[in-house]
Design a protein around this ligand. Structure first.
Ligand SMILES: Cc1cc2nc3c(=O)[nH]c(=O)nc-3n(C[C@H](O)[C@H](O)[C@H](O)COP(=O)(O)O)c2cc1C
Length: 187
């Protein structure tokens, strides 16, 4: 079974998040990860062969990056025939501000998946860093349920940002989608 991690990254931060999601898919032991950078040629047949797709892009100007929007619109010929219906879907995004309006990006990705008739998988994670003993090292430190969020300081390169906690949150999303796909595949 294959799960596609379909992403855009302008400056490498979301690419790190995407690779962490893919690691989670593989660590699950249930699926292989196919990493697809939408700035390159898109392997549409391989996407079609995937049990699920995990969409990710940076938050630019409060929404999905234009390059990822181009991919979304390019998928409309698949939408016409509902070719991705009943596949699993999930989402992730990185931005530099703690909020940065990342939620709007994830909502856009969820609506995109819904228009394709896909089945959205949440993070399934309790929020971190919301008690006095919490820290930025907590899993899901940005407290998102609809998808995985990461925050990358804009004066730090992707070798440093986003931090390990956000990358682990991304891995757990990949694991959850792969485990859910395994359950959907039946005995
Ligand atoms: C055109 C543009 C718009 C941006 N808009 C936002 C924004 O709305 N909110 C935010 O928190 N950060 C914003 N940022 C910062 C990026 O989200 C942040 O640098 C992120 O790490 C970039 O991810 P990438 O390296 O994968 O491209 C913006 C950056 C650019 C270049």
């Amino acid at each position: 079974m294959q799960i596609a991690v379909v992403f855009h990254s302008g400056y490498g931060h979301t690419a790190r998040q995407a690779h962490a999601v893919a690691e989670g898919v593989e660590q699950s032991g249930h699926a292989k990860a196919l990493i697809v950078d939408v700035a390159r040629d898109i392997p549409w047949d391989a996407l079609q062969a995937s049990a699920g797709m995990i969409f990710g892009c940076p938050t630019y100007m409060g929404g999905p990056s234009a390059v990822f929007k181009t991919f979304m619109e390019a998928s409309s010929s698949r939408w016409m025939k509902q070719e991705w219906a009943d596949k699993l879907a999930a989402g992730f995004t990185t931005s530099s501000s703690q909020s940065g309006d990342k939620l709007n990006t994830l909502v856009s990705l969820a609506i995109f998946a819904a228009q394709h008739g896909m089945l959205w998988v949440s993070t399934g994670l309790m929020p971190g860093n919301n008690v006095s003993t919490g820290s930025v090292g907590d899993i899901n430190r940005l407290g998102s349920w609809i998808g995985a969020m990461a925050q990358a300081n804009f004066d730090q390169g992707p070798d440093i940002a986003p931090p390990a906690s956000d990358l682990q949150t991304a891995r757990l999303l990949g694991q959850r989608v792969a485990s859910t796909a395994r359950r959907f595949a039946g005995p």
